[in-house]
Design a protein. Structure first.
Length: 124
């Protein structure tokens, strides 16, 4: 059975008011099909809510410094305010001033990583 067929069947069941408990490790599947998402780490519930609520919990925006091919060379997390962006830009090293800049909001992937990383796994 194809993935699209399963997705159609899940949507059809949910449309009738049936509760569907779906387990997945595919975040696009969860975001597309689920009204609510529960995130587990080491077998324990660490968060649950809509995709929008989980993303909002991460908050802020990421200032991405991109090379000429569009690859992120460095990312700086901000709270999305002008003051925070100014601080991020003022922290650039001389060799980074020629890089391209993009500002992006967090995704469900970003929220999942933030919610499931342990303090030891967070990169300096």
């Amino acid at each position: 059975m194809s993935r699209n067929r399963v997705w159609d069947d899940v949507r059809a069941l949910a449309a009738t008011g049936t509760t569907v408990f779906l387990t997945t490790q595919t975040l696009d599947e969860a975001e597309s099909l689920a009204d609510r998402i529960a995130v587990l780490r080491a077998g324990r519930l660490v968060a649950d809510g809509t995709a929008e609520e989980l993303i909002a919990a991460v908050g802020g925006q990421r200032l991405s410094l991109l090379d000429s091919e569009g690859i992120e060379v460095r990312g700086i997390d901000t709270d999305g305010t002008a003051a925070s962006l100014a601080r991020a830009l003022s922290s650039l090293h001389a060799h980074e001033e020629e890089l391209h800049v993009a500002l992006r909001s967090p995704s469900l992937d970003d929220a999942f990583i933030a919610l499931t990383q342990t303090h030891q796994e967070v990169a300096p």
